[in-house]
Design a protein around this ligand. Sequence first.
Ligand SMILES: *[C@@H]1O[C@H](CO)[C@@H](O)[C@H](O)[C@H]1NC(C)=O
Ligand SMILES: *[C@@H]1O[C@H](CO)[C@@H](O)[C@H](O)[C@H]1NC(C)=O
Length: 194
Amino acid sequence: MSPIIYLAVTVVVLVVTCPVNSNGFSCPKVPTNDTVDLEAYMGTWYQIATNAAFQKKFEKGLVCETAEYTLEPSGTVKVNNSGRIDSVSGPLKSAIGKAVQVSGGKLKVSFFLDIFGPYWITQLYGDAASGYSVAVIWSCEEKFGIGERDLWILSRTPQLPADLQPAHLYDVARGMGIDVESLDMVPTLQAGCW
Ligand SMILES: *[C@@H]1O[C@H](CO)[C@@H](O)[C@H](O)[C@H]1NC(C)=O
Ligand SMILES: *[C@@H]1O[C@H](CO)[C@@H](O)[C@H](O)[C@H]1NC(C)=O
């Protein structure tokens, strides 16, 4: 079979054999912060924590992780996710992607072809004029009954501000319907990186 036909057959088989929600997965209805000023949101963010599954899949062995967002003239956001391999002095590794604002705090992000995943700004602290300080990003998607759920805490400083500790951010996330416990959040090493 040619690869294209093989792919088409695979997709048809998946659609036919996997009714949506076959494993009971569905995304909770989580509100976004729709007052986000995209220009003020650009620049460098330090990753403070993410869920264990995402860490394992995309950031295995990485420390000192940052996300750098740049607004391009087309309105698309260039995304540069970087980290150091194995140690604070390890070599840099970057993943370059793009993001598009769908509406308000709902963005979508892609690191491969035009395959986008949700990037929802669910908590945003600070303000556009003096600068945002902390953001909590939620990404939930179900495809063919299989769920993918990721959560990130991003901060403008390598350590969170004293008044916005993870316990508080997770409380707010729980209040929005996010099952934080099942995400098994892992802190990102930032100490000694900068
Ligand atoms: C991505 O960010 C890293 C770390 O700041 C930098 O070294 C690299 O040049 C950037 N890559 C691109 C394509 O902007
Ligand atoms: C949205 O974010 C802005 C900027 O941080 C904040 O002032 C506002 O309170 C937030 N709104 C909600 C509903 O969280």
